[in-house]
Design a protein around this ligand. Structure first.
Ligand code: NAP
Length: 325
Protein backbone atom coordinates (compact mmCIF):
# COMPACT_ATOMS: atom_id res chain seq x y z
CA UNK A 1 0.00 0.00 0.00
CA UNK A 2 1.39 3.43 -0.88
CA UNK A 3 2.20 5.78 1.99
CA UNK A 4 0.27 8.98 2.61
CA UNK A 5 1.81 12.15 1.26
CA UNK A 6 2.16 15.31 3.32
CA UNK A 7 3.13 18.76 2.07
CA UNK A 8 4.88 20.97 4.64
CA UNK A 9 5.06 24.53 3.36
CA UNK A 10 8.19 25.65 5.26
CA UNK A 11 10.99 24.33 7.47
CA UNK A 12 9.76 23.94 11.05
CA UNK A 13 11.77 24.57 14.24
CA UNK A 14 11.45 20.89 15.27
CA UNK A 15 12.15 17.55 13.62
CA UNK A 16 9.62 16.21 11.13
CA UNK A 17 10.45 12.60 12.10
CA UNK A 18 6.97 11.91 13.60
CA UNK A 19 5.53 12.76 10.17
CA UNK A 20 8.23 10.89 8.25
CA UNK A 21 7.48 7.77 10.32
CA UNK A 22 3.99 7.52 8.84
CA UNK A 23 4.09 9.36 5.53
CA UNK A 24 6.13 10.65 2.63
CA UNK A 25 6.93 14.24 3.52
CA UNK A 26 7.42 16.86 0.81
CA UNK A 27 9.05 19.90 2.41
CA UNK A 28 9.13 23.29 0.68
CA UNK A 29 12.75 24.26 1.37
CA UNK A 30 12.77 27.98 0.53
CA UNK A 31 12.68 30.95 2.87
CA UNK A 32 9.81 32.47 0.86
CA UNK A 33 6.44 30.66 0.88
CA UNK A 34 5.58 28.34 -2.01
CA UNK A 35 3.85 30.21 -4.86
CA UNK A 36 0.09 29.58 -4.94
CA UNK A 37 0.39 27.31 -8.02
CA UNK A 38 2.92 25.08 -6.23
CA UNK A 39 0.75 24.99 -3.13
CA UNK A 40 -2.25 24.01 -5.22
CA UNK A 41 -0.35 21.36 -7.18
CA UNK A 42 1.17 19.77 -4.08
CA UNK A 43 -2.16 19.86 -2.21
CA UNK A 44 -3.76 17.90 -5.05
CA UNK A 45 -1.31 15.06 -4.40
CA UNK A 46 -1.49 15.11 -0.61
CA UNK A 47 -3.57 13.72 2.20
CA UNK A 48 -2.11 16.19 4.73
CA UNK A 49 -1.15 19.84 4.44
CA UNK A 50 0.90 21.58 7.13
CA UNK A 51 0.73 25.28 6.34
CA UNK A 52 1.47 28.77 7.65
CA UNK A 53 -0.46 32.04 7.65
CA UNK A 54 1.41 33.09 4.50
CA UNK A 55 -0.28 30.29 2.51
CA UNK A 56 -3.61 31.05 0.83
CA UNK A 57 -5.78 27.97 1.32
CA UNK A 58 -8.86 28.97 -0.65
CA UNK A 59 -11.97 27.13 -1.83
CA UNK A 60 -10.50 26.43 -5.30
CA UNK A 61 -7.44 24.73 -3.78
CA UNK A 62 -9.50 22.67 -1.36
CA UNK A 63 -12.01 21.61 -4.01
CA UNK A 64 -9.17 20.55 -6.34
CA UNK A 65 -7.60 18.31 -3.65
CA UNK A 66 -9.79 15.19 -3.43
CA UNK A 67 -7.35 13.22 -1.26
CA UNK A 68 -6.84 15.96 1.30
CA UNK A 69 -7.85 14.70 4.77
CA UNK A 70 -6.49 17.47 6.98
CA UNK A 71 -5.23 21.07 6.88
CA UNK A 72 -3.01 21.84 9.86
CA UNK A 73 -1.95 25.45 10.32
CA UNK A 74 0.99 26.44 12.53
CA UNK A 75 -0.70 29.57 13.95
CA UNK A 76 -3.71 30.38 16.12
CA UNK A 77 -5.27 32.72 13.51
CA UNK A 78 -6.60 31.09 10.36
CA UNK A 79 -7.97 33.96 8.24
CA UNK A 80 -5.85 32.71 5.30
CA UNK A 81 -7.93 29.52 5.15
CA UNK A 82 -11.44 29.26 3.69
CA UNK A 83 -12.78 27.33 6.67
CA UNK A 84 -16.32 27.38 5.28
CA UNK A 85 -15.14 25.57 2.13
CA UNK A 86 -13.12 23.09 4.23
CA UNK A 87 -16.16 22.40 6.40
CA UNK A 88 -18.35 21.83 3.33
CA UNK A 89 -15.78 19.26 2.16
CA UNK A 90 -15.56 17.77 5.70
CA UNK A 91 -11.85 18.59 5.90
CA UNK A 92 -10.79 19.37 9.48
CA UNK A 93 -8.68 22.50 9.94
CA UNK A 94 -6.20 22.55 12.85
CA UNK A 95 -4.58 25.54 14.59
CA UNK A 96 -2.29 26.10 17.58
CA UNK A 97 -4.07 28.08 20.34
CA UNK A 98 -2.71 28.77 23.81
CA UNK A 99 0.99 28.02 23.39
CA UNK A 100 1.71 31.43 21.83
CA UNK A 101 -0.49 33.47 24.16
CA UNK A 102 2.22 34.62 26.58
CA UNK A 103 4.77 35.29 23.82
CA UNK A 104 2.29 37.43 21.89
CA UNK A 105 1.20 39.28 25.04
CA UNK A 106 4.89 39.93 25.78
CA UNK A 107 5.44 41.45 22.34
CA UNK A 108 2.27 43.53 22.76
CA UNK A 109 3.68 44.84 26.01
CA UNK A 110 7.09 45.46 24.46
CA UNK A 111 5.43 47.52 21.70
CA UNK A 112 3.29 49.43 24.19
CA UNK A 113 6.33 50.34 26.28
CA UNK A 114 8.47 51.09 23.22
CA UNK A 115 5.84 53.40 21.75
CA UNK A 116 5.16 55.15 25.07
CA UNK A 117 8.82 55.69 25.92
CA UNK A 118 9.94 56.26 22.33
CA UNK A 119 12.55 53.51 22.47
CA UNK A 120 12.91 53.10 18.70
CA UNK A 121 13.15 56.86 18.15
CA UNK A 122 15.75 57.04 20.93
CA UNK A 123 17.87 54.33 19.33
CA UNK A 124 17.74 56.12 15.95
CA UNK A 125 18.62 59.38 17.70
CA UNK A 126 21.72 57.83 19.27
CA UNK A 127 22.90 56.09 16.10
CA UNK A 128 22.52 59.26 14.04
CA UNK A 129 24.84 61.17 16.36
CA UNK A 130 22.18 63.55 17.68
CA UNK A 131 22.76 62.65 21.36
CA UNK A 132 24.94 65.54 22.46
CA UNK A 133 23.73 66.14 26.04
CA UNK A 134 21.01 65.29 28.62
CA UNK A 135 18.00 67.48 27.93
CA UNK A 136 14.99 68.11 30.19
CA UNK A 137 12.51 67.68 27.33
CA UNK A 138 14.23 65.07 25.17
CA UNK A 139 11.91 62.35 23.82
CA UNK A 140 9.16 62.78 26.38
CA UNK A 141 6.27 60.34 26.33
CA UNK A 142 3.18 59.41 28.33
CA UNK A 143 3.26 57.52 31.63
CA UNK A 144 2.25 53.89 31.42
CA UNK A 145 1.72 53.28 35.15
CA UNK A 146 -1.75 54.40 36.14
CA UNK A 147 -2.90 54.98 32.54
CA UNK A 148 -6.06 53.50 31.00
CA UNK A 149 -5.63 50.45 28.78
CA UNK A 150 -8.36 49.58 26.26
CA UNK A 151 -8.45 45.96 25.10
CA UNK A 152 -10.43 45.08 21.99
CA UNK A 153 -11.09 41.34 22.22
CA UNK A 154 -10.62 39.73 25.63
CA UNK A 155 -9.74 36.19 24.53
CA UNK A 156 -6.56 34.31 25.42
CA UNK A 157 -4.10 37.02 24.35
CA UNK A 158 -6.29 39.94 25.46
CA UNK A 159 -6.51 38.41 28.95
CA UNK A 160 -2.76 37.83 29.10
CA UNK A 161 -2.22 41.51 28.23
CA UNK A 162 -4.72 42.52 30.95
CA UNK A 163 -2.71 40.50 33.49
CA UNK A 164 0.42 42.44 32.53
CA UNK A 165 -1.47 45.70 33.07
CA UNK A 166 -2.09 44.72 36.73
CA UNK A 167 1.62 45.17 37.40
CA UNK A 168 1.41 48.72 36.04
CA UNK A 169 -1.64 49.59 38.14
CA UNK A 170 -3.59 50.45 35.00
CA UNK A 171 -7.31 50.91 34.65
CA UNK A 172 -8.44 48.31 32.11
CA UNK A 173 -11.47 48.68 29.84
CA UNK A 174 -12.38 45.93 27.40
CA UNK A 175 -14.83 45.39 24.61
CA UNK A 176 -16.01 41.97 23.44
CA UNK A 177 -19.12 40.38 21.94
CA UNK A 178 -20.23 39.67 25.53
CA UNK A 179 -18.70 40.20 28.99
CA UNK A 180 -16.43 37.52 30.42
CA UNK A 181 -17.47 35.99 33.74
CA UNK A 182 -17.42 38.19 36.82
CA UNK A 183 -14.69 36.21 38.60
CA UNK A 184 -12.33 36.74 35.67
CA UNK A 185 -13.27 40.43 35.42
CA UNK A 186 -12.40 40.85 39.10
CA UNK A 187 -9.18 38.88 38.81
CA UNK A 188 -7.86 41.05 35.97
CA UNK A 189 -9.65 44.20 37.23
CA UNK A 190 -11.21 44.85 33.82
CA UNK A 191 -14.44 46.72 33.05
CA UNK A 192 -16.71 45.71 30.14
CA UNK A 193 -17.62 48.69 27.92
CA UNK A 194 -18.55 49.31 24.29
CA UNK A 195 -15.93 50.05 21.62
CA UNK A 196 -16.80 53.73 21.64
CA UNK A 197 -15.89 54.05 25.33
CA UNK A 198 -12.62 52.21 24.77
CA UNK A 199 -11.81 54.67 21.99
CA UNK A 200 -12.79 57.76 23.98
CA UNK A 201 -11.19 56.85 27.32
CA UNK A 202 -8.12 54.70 26.71
CA UNK A 203 -4.55 55.99 26.64
CA UNK A 204 -3.39 52.74 25.03
CA UNK A 205 -5.66 50.68 22.78
CA UNK A 206 -4.61 47.14 21.94
CA UNK A 207 -6.29 44.84 19.41
CA UNK A 208 -6.76 41.11 20.04
CA UNK A 209 -9.68 40.08 17.83
CA UNK A 210 -9.47 37.54 15.00
CA UNK A 211 -9.69 38.91 11.45
CA UNK A 212 -13.18 38.15 10.14
CA UNK A 213 -15.62 39.99 7.89
CA UNK A 214 -16.96 41.64 11.08
CA UNK A 215 -13.58 42.88 12.28
CA UNK A 216 -12.16 43.92 8.88
CA UNK A 217 -11.26 47.65 9.20
CA UNK A 218 -12.88 47.70 12.64
CA UNK A 219 -10.78 50.81 13.27
CA UNK A 220 -11.16 53.44 10.55
CA UNK A 221 -11.58 57.21 10.22
CA UNK A 222 -14.72 57.36 12.42
CA UNK A 223 -13.01 55.41 15.22
CA UNK A 224 -9.77 57.44 15.14
CA UNK A 225 -11.81 60.63 15.48
CA UNK A 226 -13.05 59.40 18.85
CA UNK A 227 -9.59 58.70 20.28
CA UNK A 228 -7.62 60.92 22.64
CA UNK A 229 -4.96 62.95 20.78
CA UNK A 230 -2.44 61.42 23.21
CA UNK A 231 -3.57 57.81 22.61
CA UNK A 232 -1.37 55.05 21.24
CA UNK A 233 -2.70 52.14 19.17
CA UNK A 234 -1.07 48.70 19.37
CA UNK A 235 -1.97 46.00 16.87
CA UNK A 236 -0.58 42.50 17.27
CA UNK A 237 -3.72 40.81 15.86
CA UNK A 238 -4.06 41.16 12.08
CA UNK A 239 -3.23 44.10 9.81
CA UNK A 240 -6.59 44.33 8.06
CA UNK A 241 -8.39 45.03 11.34
CA UNK A 242 -7.07 48.58 10.92
CA UNK A 243 -7.70 50.85 7.93
CA UNK A 244 -4.07 51.91 7.51
CA UNK A 245 -4.80 54.82 5.16
CA UNK A 246 -7.21 56.23 7.75
CA UNK A 247 -4.63 55.59 10.49
CA UNK A 248 -2.00 57.58 8.60
CA UNK A 249 -4.40 60.46 8.06
CA UNK A 250 -5.49 60.40 11.72
CA UNK A 251 -1.87 60.44 12.93
CA UNK A 252 -1.09 63.33 10.58
CA UNK A 253 -4.17 65.19 11.88
CA UNK A 254 -3.15 64.60 15.51
CA UNK A 255 -6.22 62.50 16.33
CA UNK A 256 -3.94 60.01 18.10
CA UNK A 257 -0.27 60.19 19.07
CA UNK A 258 1.29 56.98 17.81
CA UNK A 259 0.94 53.39 16.71
CA UNK A 260 2.90 50.19 17.14
CA UNK A 261 2.06 47.48 14.64
CA UNK A 262 3.31 43.91 14.48
CA UNK A 263 0.90 43.17 11.64
CA UNK A 264 0.07 45.20 8.56
CA UNK A 265 -1.98 45.06 5.38
CA UNK A 266 -0.31 43.79 3.24
CA UNK A 267 2.58 41.82 4.69
CA UNK A 268 5.43 42.39 4.34
CA UNK A 269 4.95 46.14 4.67
CA UNK A 270 6.11 47.78 1.42
CA UNK A 271 8.73 50.48 1.94
CA UNK A 272 6.33 52.86 0.17
CA UNK A 273 3.81 52.50 3.04
CA UNK A 274 3.21 56.11 4.27
CA UNK A 275 3.06 54.96 7.92
CA UNK A 276 6.77 54.09 7.71
CA UNK A 277 7.57 57.78 7.18
CA UNK A 278 6.20 58.70 10.63
CA UNK A 279 8.58 58.60 13.62
CA UNK A 280 5.59 57.96 15.91
CA UNK A 281 4.95 54.60 14.25
CA UNK A 282 6.76 51.34 15.04
CA UNK A 283 6.39 48.36 12.71
CA UNK A 284 7.75 44.91 13.57
CA UNK A 285 7.67 42.00 11.07
CA UNK A 286 4.84 39.84 12.52
CA UNK A 287 6.93 38.40 15.36
CA UNK A 288 4.21 38.18 18.04
CA UNK A 289 4.74 34.47 18.67
CA UNK A 290 8.47 34.52 17.95
CA UNK A 291 9.82 33.07 21.18
CA UNK A 292 11.74 29.82 20.75
CA UNK A 293 9.47 27.95 23.12
CA UNK A 294 6.24 29.22 21.54
CA UNK A 295 7.36 28.33 18.03
CA UNK A 296 8.45 24.83 19.06
CA UNK A 297 5.16 24.18 20.81
CA UNK A 298 3.23 25.54 17.83
CA UNK A 299 5.07 23.13 15.55
CA UNK A 300 4.41 20.23 17.95
CA UNK A 301 0.68 20.97 17.97
CA UNK A 302 0.59 21.42 14.19
CA UNK A 303 2.23 17.97 13.81
CA UNK A 304 -0.15 16.40 16.36
CA UNK A 305 -3.16 17.88 14.52
CA UNK A 306 -1.86 16.60 11.20
CA UNK A 307 -1.21 13.08 12.48
CA UNK A 308 -4.68 12.93 14.04
CA UNK A 309 -6.24 14.00 10.74
CA UNK A 310 -4.37 11.31 8.81
CA UNK A 311 -5.65 8.68 11.27
CA UNK A 312 -9.21 10.06 10.92
CA UNK A 313 -9.15 10.96 14.62
CA UNK A 314 -10.57 14.31 15.81
CA UNK A 315 -7.86 16.98 15.78
CA UNK A 316 -6.72 18.05 19.29
CA UNK A 317 -7.20 21.69 18.20
CA UNK A 318 -9.79 21.93 15.45
CA UNK A 319 -11.43 25.17 14.25
CA UNK A 320 -14.34 23.42 12.50
CA UNK A 321 -15.13 20.56 14.88
CA UNK A 322 -18.76 20.71 13.70
CA UNK A 323 -17.67 18.35 10.91
CA UNK A 324 -17.48 15.59 13.53
CA UNK A 325 -21.10 16.18 14.63
P1 NAP B 1 -9.12 34.15 21.02
O1 NAP B 1 -8.80 33.53 22.33
O2 NAP B 1 -10.10 33.46 20.11
O3 NAP B 1 -9.58 35.66 21.30
C1 NAP B 1 -10.21 36.49 20.37
C2 NAP B 1 -11.29 37.23 21.12
O4 NAP B 1 -11.83 38.27 20.29
C3 NAP B 1 -12.47 36.32 21.53
O5 NAP B 1 -12.70 36.49 22.92
C4 NAP B 1 -13.63 36.86 20.70
O6 NAP B 1 -14.86 36.76 21.36
C5 NAP B 1 -13.23 38.32 20.56
N1 NAP B 1 -13.92 39.02 19.47
C6 NAP B 1 -14.32 38.54 18.27
N2 NAP B 1 -14.89 39.54 17.55
C7 NAP B 1 -14.85 40.66 18.33
C8 NAP B 1 -15.26 42.00 18.15
N3 NAP B 1 -15.85 42.41 17.01
N4 NAP B 1 -15.06 42.88 19.16
C9 NAP B 1 -14.46 42.49 20.30
N5 NAP B 1 -14.05 41.23 20.53
C10 NAP B 1 -14.23 40.32 19.56
O7 NAP B 1 -7.80 34.33 20.15
P2 NAP B 1 -6.30 34.63 20.68
O8 NAP B 1 -5.57 33.35 20.86
O9 NAP B 1 -6.39 35.60 21.79
O10 NAP B 1 -5.72 35.33 19.35
C11 NAP B 1 -6.30 36.52 18.86
C12 NAP B 1 -5.75 36.86 17.49
O11 NAP B 1 -4.41 37.29 17.61
C13 NAP B 1 -5.66 35.67 16.51
O12 NAP B 1 -6.87 35.47 15.82
C14 NAP B 1 -4.54 36.07 15.58
O13 NAP B 1 -5.06 36.68 14.42
C15 NAP B 1 -3.74 37.09 16.38
N6 NAP B 1 -2.37 36.63 16.69
C16 NAP B 1 -1.31 37.32 16.20
C17 NAP B 1 -0.03 36.91 16.54
C18 NAP B 1 1.18 37.65 16.01
O14 NAP B 1 2.19 37.01 15.71
N7 NAP B 1 1.14 38.95 15.93
C19 NAP B 1 0.18 35.79 17.35
C20 NAP B 1 -0.93 35.12 17.84
C21 NAP B 1 -2.21 35.54 17.50
P3 NAP B 1 -15.81 35.45 21.05
O15 NAP B 1 -14.96 34.26 21.39
O16 NAP B 1 -16.95 35.69 21.97
O17 NAP B 1 -16.13 35.53 19.59
Amino acid sequence: MSRSKIFVTRRLPISLSPLEAVAEVVLWPERQPPPYEVLRRESQRCEGLLCLLTDRIDAALLQASPQLKVVSQMAVGYDNIDVKAATALKIPVGHTPGVLTEATADLTWALLMAAARRVVEGDRFTRSGQWTTWEPDLLLGPDVAGATLGIVGLGRIGQAVARRALGFDMRVLYTAPRPVDKALEQQIRAEYVDLSRVLREADFITLHVPLTTATHHLLGAAQFQQMKPTAVLINTARGAIVDQKALYEALQAGQLAGAALDVTEPEPTPLTEPLLSLPSVIVTPHIGSASRQAREKMAQIAIANLLAGLRDDPLPHCVNSEIYG
